[in-house]
Ligand binder design. Structure first.
Ligand code: ATP
Ligand code: MG
Ligand code: MG
Length: 587
């Protein structure tokens, strides 16, 4: 396993393991009521965590933090991380999302294959069990059917400074509650006509304990259970039960659930006292969600970007989704490294996007094969070519695939009488300090010869169309004469006759503000219109063999990836700029 930054969660787990908290872990659920484990068998896993997305959208970089955390803890402590779909909400869920979530987790390098089964947990598999738990609460006098209207319930909930008011239905007899709840289940009552609430304390300073709703009527088909149910549990009721059923030890969630923890503990305590679960019960622990500058991490808002066509889909390389990052050229290793570097804490903060890019550069610098590409092409003619080499000659050149890893091999390409260079590498009248091509100056064509600029050609508007230069004989890189002439400028180039045209998509941050949705700002108002720019370029001939999804460093320009979707389609070569070589953020 990779080196781990310590975090407060590891300290908690270390202490619990040291005092034997989990030594006696068994499961007290009743067989046939959604039991997952043999109650008598001790749990072979030292700890259990879970990653519980709702399958209602694509995962984003914030989820990656949660994935690295939960799967990483399980990996490092000899535990298991459950892949669980929190699919208690029948309306918004879809198989497309389920598939993409599983793909994203595998791609990130994690597996939920604890014992060769690749078991996926689904909250909806426990609906019977949850229903039973609700009846137990009713029987214990801890839940009641409320028939107030939604407006009345809202009005009676009170405020932060004012206690709530008891519902007139709060003291219904147990028998009547049970009868009505069963009628709800049997479809005898209309949506919104009644609701099951926990009976806790309308005067609690924590509004979440003011008799929270736990079951509601919804005549909706569910992707797993079909039309079996017309009542569905609320998330806050379902989640603790899911955790306890699966013998989760650490239920790690984001800080906004801190106020829910008392209800989590209340509910599991009730069900323990009713004999349904036994100690040690799962423990909810909150951590700070990832906020990344220039990025939005809300599924709803990302969905809006897609649906309103501000981007070209969930996997648009400008998107912070896992599929978007992947298409942009991010690697799983870079994302894991990023998550390690930012660590886990209890305090909300903003992480600078440059930390994500830094992790990416650190990963790609060691791995990515090198190549040359000219992004803003200007023709250069070598006017003494025929005199020096004869007509039709091409001059073989070579370069390392990676400057530090000889084993990665050597690239071969030819120097030819006409090459493409970057427009910015020529200045007819050089500014102070300019070291590349200007009349009478010498510079090196990288991996080739020193050349001496002799002038340029222009069109009718005075734009430079061709740069003219002469090869300085006996100065080829890698030959004894290479150092005979000293030059200060080195220029990247691509042969005009042997290089290949390629489309390059230059991506930039999607928003012009570091906190696009902060302080009530509409994030749609700060979309960066220049976040995608498409240019026509020339690339080194060997790069035409690139397979889709492969990353390269284009020397001096940055990291690029052959687009997973469009590269190689109808003969077109398409690369995405993943990031520049140096940090260009925040400046
Ligand atoms: P969103 O608010 O974007 O819809 P969510 O929290 O509702 O996200 P879920 O599918 O419920 O999405 O999330 C699955 C898990 O990922 C949860 O445990 C949640 O805590 C975690 N998670 C979601 N967003 C972030 C984030 N920005 N940083 C860290 N963890 C996150
Ligand atoms: Mg959620
Ligand atoms: Mg959320």
């Amino acid at each position: 396993a990779a080196a781990q930054t310590t975090n407060f969660l590891r300290n908690i787990i270390d202490a619990e393991l040291a005092n034997g908290k989990f030594a006696q872990r068994g499961w007290a659920g009743q067989p046939g009521e959604g039991s997952l484990h043999d109650a008598a068998a001790p749990d072979p896993a030292r700890i259990r965590t879970r990653f519980p997305p709702e399958p209602n959208g694509y995962l984003h970089v914030g989820h990656a933090k949660s994935i690295c955390l939960n799967f990483g803890l399980a990996r490092d402590y000899g535990g298991v991380c459950h892949m669980r779909f929190d699919d208690t909400n029948p309306e918004k869920e879809d198989q497309e999302y389920v598939d993409s979530i599983l793909d994203a987790i595998k791609w990130l390098g994690f597996s939920w294959d604890a014992n060769g089964t690749h078991h996926q947990y689904q909250a909806s598999d426990y609906f019977d069990f949850m229903y039973h738990a609700a009846e137990l609460l009713i029987e214990r006098g801890m839940a009641y059917i409320d028939q107030q209207t939604a407006d009345e319930m809202r009005a009676n909930r009170g405020t932060l400074t004012e206690a709530g008011k008891n519902s007139p239905w709060r003291d219904r007899p147990v028998e009547e509650n049970l009868r009505l709840f069963r009628e709800m289940k049997d479809g005898k009552h209309a949506e919104g006509s009644m609701i099951l609430r926990a009976k806790i304390d309308m005067g609690s300073p924590n509004i979440n304990l003011r008799d929270p709703a736990i079951y509601r009527i919804r005549f909706a088909e569910h992707h797993n259970t079909g039309n079996k149910w017309c009542i569905y549990p609320m998330y806050t009721f379902a989640h603790p039960i899911e955790d306890a059923l699966e013998r989760i030890t650490h239920s790690i969630c984001t800080l906004e659930f801190e106020d829910q923890r008392p209800f989590y503990d209340w509910l599991l305590g009730q069900l323990r006292d009713a004999g349904m679960f036994s100690e040690p019960l799962p423990r909810q622990i909150e951590f700070a969600r990832l906020n990344l500058t220039y990025v939005i991490t809300s599924k709803r808002k990302l969905m809006q970007l897609v649906n309103e066509k501000h981007v070209e889909g969930w996997d648009d390389p400008r998107m912070p989704t896992i599929v978007g990052l992947r298409r942009r050229g991010y690697t799983p290793e870079a994302i894991q490294l990023f998550c390690e570097r930012i660590g886990v804490s209890k305090g909300d903060s903003w992480i600078d996007y440059s930390i994500l890019e830094g992790a990416l550069r650190d990963d790609l610098d060691e791995k990515a094969p090198r190549g040359m590409a000219v992004l803003d092409p200007l023709k250069l003619k070598l006017t003494n070519w025929n005199a020096l080499f004869g007509t039709g000659h091409t001059e073989p050149c070579s370069a390392p695939v990676h400057p530090h890893h000889e084993a990665m091999g050597v690239r071969e390409f030819n120097l030819t009488p006409e090459v493409w260079i970057e427009r910015e590498d020529f200045q007819e009248v050089p500014e102070k300090g300019f070291r590349r091509l200007f009349p009478e100056n010498m510079a090196r064509l990288k991996y080739g010869y020193v050349i001496k600029c002799t002038g340029c050609e222009k069109d009718a508007d005075g734009n430079v169309t061709v740069v003219l230069a002469e090869i300085v004989p006996n100065t080829k890189s890698g030959t004894p004469g290479a150092d005979s002439v000293k030059v200060k400028g080195v220029i990247t180039w691509v042969s005009a006759s042997e290089g290949a045209p390629a489309e390059i998509r230059l991506y930039d941050r999607l928003f012009t503000e570091a906190q696009p949705d902060a302080g009530g700002r509409n994030f749609l108002d700060v979309i960066n219109p220049n976040a995608k720019r498409v240019i026509q370029t020339w690339i080194e001939p060997g790069l035409t063999n690139a397979t889709a999804g492969t990353s390269f460093q284009f020397e001096r320009h940055g990291y690029f990836v052959a687009d997973r979707k469009d590269h190689g389609q109808s003969g077109k070569l398409v690369f995405n700029r993943t990031t520049t070589l140096k940090d260009s953020w925040g400046k």
